[in-house]
Write a protein that binds this ligand. Structure first.
Ligand code: SAM
Length: 670
């Protein structure tokens, strides 16, 4: 089934026939259902959702009414990239200096409580929100601390089903000051002597004023806080009513005294990004007017108490790639020459909305122009498409850049970013671009997630490979690439693994992953389109117990839903996880859920965190990638296994072994 906006021409959903299904491979049980798994899982998905528990949303009505989130309804953009520059130029959810953003959530069941609305938001990954709900009315007021958080909610929640009703969102107020008398940092005042470029830089790259070494130290200290005594450790100790044996399961936390910053496992020095300037491979540029009223393609300068919408030239920012700056300028020339106005986010009128750029070190570049077509005739739109083609082709040629793909999107929704809810039309070139990572060429679709700093990603994947315990010539490990996106992590590991099984809920990304496997002639991989929490028990059943299994979990920045961790905990055969977190603070509840003592909800033995490695992917900005390794003992009754890394020895030996070798396949064997 195609998702909205997919046509054969735009995105040929290449059917990947595994050229060599390893029928004799003992890793994967010879199961005729395996090839049909994608189809079966979609069917199962329906069954699970109708009959199963809906964690985080206590009311039973969703399931009674048969409310089903079909796979094709799941937004690609549910996986907001870490540090993504949205249309507003935001880099991460951060409070916008005392400002508030208010949104009305409409068409909800009028007897819903505030708790119901909060649970609905939480279930969809929206946690930093204040909810007001008046009894017996069919709407609620959502207040966000930052525009970035509001934008994510607009994108994720709009049209979702709550208690049998499709909710809608409407922005009520932007930039509302928390206290009227308190001026914001960006208000035009005598006291703010920053240049406009500095204001923008403070917003999109808040660490830019500090030397890079200092930025790294700040990030490292913050991660130690998140994992250490004021974060993960204290959250685990705070769990109430534990039995004596459960308390013993937390004994490894004591080793926090032996490692850096109170982190209860080896915490390595942060690895700097190999490039610190112009590194971003993806940007979303707004279109509007700058402080002098000039039409500009750049980043929205937030934080004006008056609610002004100012778009700033991005050319002095440190992180935007040079090709992206050139293409933004080409778009700006087009808009300045156009007779049509830019889109006004407050009035919700006008034409030019957004330019999305994907610019890769491979030299391939994709541009998506987003417009609001409502004020244009069919004929005017047709003319504009031709004019855009000509403008971009000439501009790219003059700058000696490849314009691999030029796309066009008509969007009338409330969300002021790049939405995958409207189709794309190919104006010129190919429907995909490619990037080379660790020697493998990856196809990237417009909506698919791809890491935004290629050289730093290669370092990250090297760590993941080492920590998975993979080494040349052995090939005894099955890698579960959970939240695999376009398959990048698993495919870079495949030649060292017995088999790679990728799980991802976005269909277009799975199509990319399959095509990436085929194009790179990597055959020991399988891809399953589904939610990890629903797929994982079936996947595990197909992996024989005698083999080593490692799961790489690389979720969106807020981590995975609690049900994913529940499912992982319940799979007793899975005892080794390499978790890639792009926002450890936001994902800390996942770490707590992995490590907390066994409970009715979290079955199976708890994991222990065994090492931590930060890598900077976002110079000048606050996010940082963190690779964490988790391991656990086999269940008491489990038979001996062939996997030497799974035999963890005593609980105490995990945390209490500061001499554990780093980088080897078994840090616990020493
Ligand atoms: C940070 S991206 C990582 C993608 C990939 N590992 C990479 O490095 O390019 C997170 C991915 O998780 C997917 N995702 C989020 N929640 C999921 C779930 N419950 N089940 C399956 N995939 C999920 C998103 O669609 C997204 O592609």
């Amino acid at each position: 089934m195609k998702r909205q906006g997919e046509t054969d021409e735009q995105d040929p959903d290449v059917e990947f026939k595994k050229p060599r299904l390893d029928e004799e491979d003992p890793v994967i049980k010879d199961d005729p259902d395996w090839d049909d798994m994608e189809v079966k899982l979609e069917y199962n998905d329906v069954e699970v959702q109708n009959g199963g528990e809906n964690e985080g949303f206590s009311d039973e009505e969703d399931t009674k009414d048969g409310i089903i989130e079909k796979m094709e309804d799941i937004e690609a953009s549910d996986h907001q990239e870490a540090g993504e520059i949205g249309a507003a130029g935001e880099l991460e959810p951060q409070t916008d200096m005392g400002l508030r953003y208010k949104v009305q959530l409409s068409n909800i069941y009028k007897f819903s409580s505030r708790g119901d609305v909060e649970a609905f938001c939480k279930k969809n990954g929206i946690v930093n929100v204040k909810v007001k709900k008046i009894p017996k009315v069919d709407n609620a007021l959502l207040t966000f601390m930052s525009e970035a958080e509001m934008n994510v909610a607009l994108r994720v929640l709009d049209g979702k089903i709550m208690k049998g009703k499709s909710v809608s969102l409407n922005v009520l107020a932007l930039n509302v000051p928390q206290r009227k008398e308190k001026p914001t940092r960006n208000d035009r005042s005598e006291s703010d002597d920053r240049t406009p470029s500095e204001r923008l830089a403070d917003q999109v790259t808040p660490l830019w004023r500090k030397p890079y070494e200092e930025q790294l130290a700040i990030k490292s200290t913050e991660l130690q806080r998140v994992l250490g005594r004021k974060g993960l450790v204290s959250e685990l100790y705070a769990i109430q009513n534990l039995r004596e044996d459960q308390r013993r399961d937390l004994a490894w936390l004591e080793s926090g005294t032996e490692y850096t910053g109170g982190v209860p496992c080896p915490f390595r020095d942060i690895i700097p990004s190999p490039i610190t300037e112009n590194y971003r491979t993806k940007c979303e540029f707004s279109i509007g007017r700058d402080l002098s009223g000039e039409l500009t393609v750049g980043f929205l300068l937030g934080g004006f108490r008056s609610g002004e919408m100012i778009v700033m030239d991005p050319s002095e920012t440190k992180h935007v790639s040079k090709p992206a700056l050139v293409f933004a300028r080409i778009m700006q020339d087009h808009v300045r020459a156009s007779e049509y106005p830019p889109y006004d986010r407050k009035l919700k009128s006008g034409v030019w909305r957004l330019l999305v750029s994907k610019t890769f070190l491979s030299g391939e570049n994709m541009m998506v122009v987003q417009i609001d077509p409502r004020s244009l005739t069919e004929e005017q739109i047709a003319q504009e498409k031709i004019a855009l083609q000509e403008r971009f082709a000439a501009g790219a040629a003059a700058a000696k850049l490849n314009l691999t793909s030029l796309m066009y999107q008509e969007w009338t929704g409330v969300f002021d970013g790049f939405s995958d809810k409207a189709p794309l039309t190919l104006l010129a070139g190919e429907p995909h671009v490619h990037e080379v990572l660790c020697g493998i060429k990856f196809r990237v679709s417009p909506f698919a997630f791809f890491q935004i700093n290629t050289p730093a990603t290669e370092i990250l994947y090297g760590i993941v490979k080492d920590w998975c315990g993979l080494s040349a010539g052995v090939r005894d490990t099955v890698v579960l690439d959970l939240c695999c996106g376009t398959g990048t992590i698993g495919l870079t590991l495949a030649k060292l693994a017995r088999r790679v099984i990728g799980v991802e809920m976005v269909k277009q990304a799975i199509a990319d992953a399959k095509e990436n496997a085929r194009a790179n002639e990597i055959w020991n991989v399988d891809y399953i389109c589904g939610k990890v929490e629903q797929v994982i028990p079936q996947v595990i059943k197909r992996v024989t117990r005698e083999m080593k299994v490692v799961a790489v979990l690389d979720p969106p920045r807020e981590g995975v839903h609690a049900s994913v961790i529940e499912a992982i905990r319940a799979c007793t055969e899975l005892r080794h996880i390499v978790y890639v977190a792009c926002n450890a603070a936001a994902a800390v509840q996942n770490f707590v859920a992995l490590c907390r003592p066994t409970s009715n909800k979290y079955k199976g033995r708890p994991f222990k965190m065994t090492r931590a490695q930060p890598i900077d992917m976002f110079p000048h900005s606050k996010p940082v990638e963190l690779v964490l390794e988790f391991r656990r003992d086999p269940p008491a009754s489990a038979p001996a296994v062939a996997d030497p890394t799974a035999a963890m020895g005593s609980v105490a030996s995990v945390g209490a072994n500061p001499a554990a070798p780093e980088g080897g396949s078994n840090p616990l064997a020493a």
